[in-house]
Design a protein around this ligand. Structure first.
Ligand code: WT7
Length: 641
């Protein structure tokens, strides 16, 4: 099955056929650094030029655009003021359907005021860390951009994380300030955030909390450490000269799950990140003047960073920020928003498509969604059914589907169709973008033959790559380059499995490490196990993933108990603990009370076996290394009970 882009939908796209794509790829092959340099010169506003494009002398700690000076809020705001001062930069759609917009001129004023507030009221300086624990409101974007304007490093923590998870991140980042909101609205009702921040900050010395009043619910207020955003902002000047930053100065930290219990603070730096956010926004989403673009991701995740905020604003586009959920007041909300604002590009996750497909959301029939040109998918593999539903029912067989593969660590898209060039194959992310060298390698570092599954690796550095794990250079090297340093140059290992078909199309099959992808959210099995271990009756636990019809993957836990107990009440107790330690979005779907775990003689739990049992699959592969092979049968019996 191959679907060709519909050229009638496109005017002035960067790539209009595969020859144009191949030509730029070839240019990179001939002159890698020179081509990156040309793109960087043409697309960014250098306050002072760089002296060298790429420094690989301390690989894998690559540096890009050495000595260059830049400011990311200038890239996103100031440089558009001459031509787009009165164009909408952000459209805010509230839960209740009301909306507010900020033009580039207004955004500039708000960001300046917020920058002044950060400096004058909180003494935030270049390099300081500021945590944002925010709903999807305008002030969240303003705060992110104000941090970049003054050179502070923001770390947005998704509002679904618990107080304990938030606290870990505040401490790890050694943050001076948390910006939050009293709460916001979801499904017509107010919900709260500030109480979680209060509890997260308990006994952290010198931390300050600044809260936007969004829903004006009653919240506790401590005059010693709580600050009222709305009040403070009023008295700030709306002028602020952005700070000149070095290309490699850190831009933000974003925590993500890995294979140990401790989340990784993925660190991105400014110039390389914004370059790729901008280029991919142009290439993958073909952002044209007057387009209205909507990415439904929360700003707490990398998709919200790169494709709700930085990418669209760096391109001078109009981006929608939506406060609510896709199914309120009914399952047509997304199509309603698309009709209301005449959205041209819609970017979302397969989990939402599966849900809306299942609900048989008729909205796309009852609403005029003909403004759509490009439909994006991200976060997990998309199944053929959802792909076809997206293409036929939403896109009316006229829109291009861009199944974009990338990660928190890559900063921006790596493998994706180009909307007016790439013939699409459903479920394939297709080809690497020009400048990106992706290979599928076996464990010895050799390229896999076609149709053979291997490890998805990136074999050359790219500008928006992760610079390190905050305060943990060693873990950075071992997590991403450890197993794959077999070639002369370090190879970045993504943690995903993939294969190439005979036409060179790449199919990403999912994580091969101990990370579960629940509705496009990464959750480490080790984090879950650490949480579950807190239950007084749990002797041992192992968590694995299981396929889930809506969520993609779900959490399956095997526990060995100290004393017998009722399974249902145990499950809800464990879910309470997970909610407290991680957040409510990480729900334990299945629980098996097990007589033991399948371990090797050295005590290592063989998760492969547990995954097979959880999925009701036959247990295949070698089980002779098990200390007690009879455990397999016993576990299968538990499943059949
Ligand atoms: C992991 C990264 C990238 C932004 C959202 C998630 C999975 C992402 C795809 C895709 C198959 C995908 C991978 C990846 N993933 N996009 N198009 N097809 N899998 O960011 O939390 O850093 O997760 O999401 O497993 O490693 P993230």
């Amino acid at each position: 099955m191959i679907f060709k882009p519909n050229p009638n939908k496109f005017k002035n796209a960067t790539f209009n056929n595969m020859d144009e794509y191949n030509e730029l790829c070839q240019k990179f092959l001939n002159n890698y650094e020179g081509t990156w340099s040309q793109i960087a010169k043409e697309n960014l506003d250098w306050l002072s030029p760089y002296s060298k494009t790429l420094d690989s002398s301390n690989a894998p700690f690559y540096k890009w655009f050495i000595d260059g000076k830049i400011n990311i809020s200038n890239e996103c705001i100031d440089r558009h003021l001459n031509t787009k001062a009165n164009q909408k930069a952000i459209i805010f759609e509230a839960d209740d359907g009301t909306s507010k917009t900020l033009t580039y001129k207004e955004l500039h004023r708000e960001v300046n005021k917020c920058s002044n507030m950060l400096v004058n009221e909180f003494n935030i300086k270049k390099g300081d860390r500021v945590i944002l624990y925010m709903p999807m409101i305008l002030e969240s974007v303003i705060s992110m951009l104000a941090c970049t304007r003054i050179g502070a490093i923001h770390s947005v923590v998704f509002g679904g994380f618990s107080d304990i998870a938030l606290r870990d991140r505040i401490i790890d980042a050694k943050a001076k300030l948390v910006i939050t909101a009293d709460g916001a609205y979801r499904k017509g009702k107010p919900y709260m955030l500030k109480p979680t921040v209060d509890s997260a900050c308990e006994n952290i010395k010198d931390i300050k909390i600044c809260a936007v009043k969004r829903n004006n619910e009653n919240i506790s207020w401590d005059e010693n450490k709580d600050y009222d955003y709305n009040k403070l902002i009023q008295t700030q000047s709306d002028k602020f000269d952005f700070v000149q930053m070095d290309s490699e100065d850190p831009l933000f930290i974003l925590y993500t799950s890995g294979s140990t219990g401790k989340p990784k603070g993925v660190l991105h730096s400014g110039a390389g990140y914004i370059l790729w956010a901008k280029m991919t926004m142009k290439w993958t989403f073909d952002l044209q003047p007057n387009d209205v673009y909507w990415c439904s991701a929360d700003i707490g995740w990398i998709t919200g960073h790169t494709y709700s905020v930085y990418g669209p604003l760096a391109c001078g586009g109009t981006t929608i920020i939506y406060e609510g959920v896709p199914t309120y007041p009914n399952d047509s909300r997304c199509w309603e928003i698309i009709e209301k604002y005449k959205v041209n590009q819609f970017y979302t996750a397969p989990t939402l498509l599966r849900l809306l497909h299942k609900l048989n959301s008729k909205g796309a029939l009852n609403h005029d969604v003909s403004s759509l040109r490009i439909l994006g998918s991200v976060g997990e593999p998309i199944d053929t059914n959802s792909w076809l539903w997206y293409y036929e029912s939403i896109g009316k067989k006229e829109c291009s589907i861009v199944d974009t593969w990338w990660q928190t660590e890559t900063g921006g898209h790596m493998i994706t169709p180009l909307p007016n060039a790439t013939p699409m194959k459903p479920t394939s992310a297709c080809f690497p973008l020009p400048g990106i060298e992706a290979k599928i390698l076996d464990t010895d570092g050799n390229e896999c033959e076609n149709n053979k599954k291997g490890l998805l690796c990136i074999t050359k550095p790219w500008p928006s790559m992760i610079r390190t794990i905050y305060n943990d250079d060693k873990r950075f090297v071992s997590a991403y380059f450890g197993d794959a340093t077999y070639q002369e140059k370090p190879v970045y290992f993504s943690g995903d499995g993939a294969y190439k078909d005979d036409d060179g199309y790449i199919f990403v099959t999912g994580r091969v490490d101990d990370v579960i992808n629940v509705s496009g959210h990464r959750i480490g099995t080790a984090e879950l196990e650490t949480a579950i271990q807190n239950h007084h009756n749990v002797a041992e636990v192992a968590v694995v993933k299981k396929a889930h019809i809506i969520k993609g993957e779900s959490i399956f836990s095997f526990v060995v108990l100290k004393a017998d107990t009722d399974k249902n009440s145990l499950k809800s107790e464990l879910n309470q603990i997970i909610k407290k330690e991680i957040g409510a979005f990480a729900v334990l779907e299945d629980l098996a009370i097990s007589p033991g775990l399948p371990k090797t003689r050295s005590g290592k739990v063989m998760r492969r076996i547990l995954r097979q049992i959880a999925g009701n699959e036959e247990v295949s592969g070698d089980i002779s290394t098990l200390e007690d092979p009879s455990i397999v049968k016993k576990l299968q019996n538990v499943m059949n009970d």
